[in-house]
Design a protein around this ligand. Sequence first.
Ligand SMILES: Nc1nc2c(c(=O)[nH]1)N[C@H]1C(S)=C(S)[C@@H](COP(=O)(O)O)O[C@H]1N2
Ligand SMILES: [Mo]
Length: 308
Amino acid sequence: MHLIHKPDIPSSEITDEALFFGRRKFLSAMGFGGAAMAVASSPLLACTREVAGQGSQDLKPNTWEEITTYNNFYEFGTGKGDPSKNAGNFRTRPWTVEIAGDVKKPGVVPLEDLLRGLPTVERVYRHRCVEAWSMVVPWNGVQLKDLIARLEPGTNAKFVEFTTLLDPAQMPGQRSRVLDWPYVEGLRMDEAMHPLTMLVTGIYGRPVPNQNGAPLRLVVPWKYGFKGGKSIVKIRFTERQPATTWNMAIPNEYGFYANVNPTVDHPRWSQARERPIGKLFQSPTLMFNGYADQVASLYAGMDLRRFY
Ligand SMILES: Nc1nc2c(c(=O)[nH]1)N[C@H]1C(S)=C(S)[C@@H](COP(=O)(O)O)O[C@H]1N2
Ligand SMILES: [Mo]
């Protein structure tokens, strides 16, 4: 039953995102740990848009249509079109997040209060699924590190666990046992504190659509997409590495780290190349999804064939 998680056929939908680009003007390019990162300002949305990735990569965002109709969100079905079809009535307000574990400020917090006052960012990141397809997405949200700093984890907090919603009444996929529900993901504390790691609440300046993980999801651009848990209801600080859903389901295929690595094949397919959604041709996959300059140091001394 887990064989569903595999590369599939190309999508050929290409629509026009000129409207989005028309709103923004690139002002400058600046270094962000050595990689290409451009900053633009938008008079309409009054926010700063940063583009992060390796210079050799195409960082032109996919269309709204592509980003919101080609999804993995097994709670709403295993087909790429299922989440956009089945998540329409999913209720994401009101929403609370439980803060738990080794942290100074535990409790159940309304989402608005949790994020209130944190600096918002708009980041264009490459998004690479373990199934060897990729997209470029303009995410809106906050840096996870800013929230963590406010919550004040204790010194024994070595990992952060993210638990997502369990609600079979609203999530038809949870009525089948395709995965162990709820979907859980986790990061090491230094990964969680990395400035690239985001808690996402929007895409293209609009609220994040249900199928993309409303109202709150994780985005870690140097890791395979499955690390980015959708519809988060609990954030727990812990000393032990959390048991994460795909890693528990099929440990030899899905590691805890899940760093994008073209030299470590998935046991059932190569990870050397990827299929950019909306493009005709495959492209080579880059180490850490193009974010090696920023994140390789987090894994210095680790055997990345063992810790995949
Ligand atoms: N709760 C939950 N989060 C999830 C998933 C899921 O099935 N359930 N799928 C993951 C996978 S495999 C990927 S590739 C990304 C897809 O995000 P997207 O649909 O916004 O591109 O979400 C991840 N987060
Ligand atoms: Mo994925």
